[in-house]
Design a protein around this ligand. Structure first.
Ligand SMILES: NC(=O)c1ccc[n+]([C@@H]2O[C@H](COP(=O)([O-])OP(=O)(O)OC[C@H]3O[C@@H](n4cnc5c(N)ncnc54)[C@H](O)[C@@H]3O)[C@@H](O)[C@H]2O)c1
Length: 321
């Protein structure tokens, strides 16, 4: 049994960064559900991810910058739901462009929260990088201690959404799987790409415990938040599944089992976000949301249909830096 659905008056959804890895999987699902969806995106990684849905009469596509305040504000004000995905994503990219990362991931979100009216819904793509180093099992009550600029700016954005806008923050596990705009910098996608191209390579911090979720299940979690918003408001939720709390070496073994001739060995190196934790997903499950429909192994099998065939020019924009 799930908490009651409460989206009877929700008609329009604005997805900033909607052409990205998460957005280009979310938007088709929300169109399918009958919502009118506007994608607002600067197309940093191109716009081809939207080609498959352009025919849809309920889709509007606008090329623009969320830092163009008057334009973004007007769009925000005319939609029922705001999903703000536009960001500088991941710690390497934030390190490279620290000012832009702060402007996009933090200042812009804080501003957006001031524009919202009480009837509007805002759902924030937060991240486990907000937690930093964690002892024991990580729940939503575990204090956030981000250790990278990515984690810090994402946590500041989350705080604005929760405190200023009484919105919903979804702290996503590391996402994997195929999306119309593919990323190969995410742990599972990256290891699989290395497995296909190098066959033998080192894995740093192999015993670090991480937590994963397929990109389609991320889109489903946002849909659940759109449709059960009043039961979730003002709260952060870990989004993932206990069955997908795996060490990096456990992921490597699944990859080895699926890629012929692949041998992944222990190596040296560090994760700047220090993510080594086991996460509890009981809070969102208690609302009645079934968090997982695609396993890591299924995600690996689907990616294997395309990853070995990617060209250098395709890979360049899939590395997100
Ligand atoms: N992918 C993950 O594992 C993950 C996990 C947790 C949280 N998130 C969050 O989800 C969001 C989306 O991540 P993603 O993986 O889809 O990344 P992505 O880089 O694929 O997508 C980001 C999109 O934002 C757009 N964008 C960038 N700057 C913009 C600007 N100034 N104005 C308008 N659009 C702009 C880009 O063109 C791109 O289409 C981010 O906020 C990220 O922090 C992602």
């Amino acid at each position: 049994m799930s908490v009651p659905r409460d989206d009877q008056n929700v008609k329009t959804i604005l997805v900033s960064g909607g052409a990205g890895y998460l957005g280009s999987t979310m938007v088709p699902l929300y169109l399918e559900q009958g919502y009118k969806v506007t994608v607002y995106d600067i197309f940093r990684w191109g716009s081809a991810s939207l080609l498959g849905i352009l025919h849809h009469p309920n889709l509007t596509v606008i090329k623009g910058d969320v830092l163009d305040t008057p334009r973004y504000k007007a769009l925000v004000e005319s939609h029922d739901v705001i999903i703000h995905l536009a960001a500088i994503v991941g710690y390497p990219a934030c390190k490279k462009e620290p000012e832009l990362a702060t402007a996009l991931n933090q200042t812009c979100v804080e501003q957006l929260c001031e524009w919202l009216k009480p009837h509007q819904r805002v759902i924030y793509a937060s991240t486990g990088s907000c937690y930093g180093v964690v002892e024991g099992i990580c729940t939503e009550d575990t204090p956030c201690n981000p250790v990278s600029l990515y984690g810090e700016t994402k946590q500041a954005g989350e705080t604005a959404v929760l405190k200023k806008a009484n919105g919903v923050a979804l702290r996503l596990a590391t996402v994997f799987g195929a999306s119309p705009r593919l990323r190969v910098d995410l742990l599972i996608n990256d290891l699989l790409h290395k497995a296909c191209t190098m066959k033998t390579f080192d894995l740093y911090e192999p015993h670090f415990k991480r937590t994963f979720l397929h990109v389609k299940d991320v889109a489903r979690a946002f849909l659940f938040a759109i449709q059960h918003y009043t039961s979730m408001q003002g709260n952060a939720y870990n989004v993932g599944d206990e069955s997908m709390n795996l060490t990096k070496m456990e992921v490597a073994k699944l990859i080895e089992a699926n890629v012929e001739g692949c041998n992944i060995t222990e190596g040296k190196g560090t994760d700047a976000d220090k993510r080594d934790y086991e996460v509890s997903y009981q809070k969102i499950k208690k609302l009645g949301h079934q968090t997982v429909t695609v396993t890591v192994e299924q995600g690996i099998k689907e990616l294997l249909k395309i990853i070995p065939h990617l060209s250098e020019s395709e890979l360049k924009i899939m590395k997100n830096v």
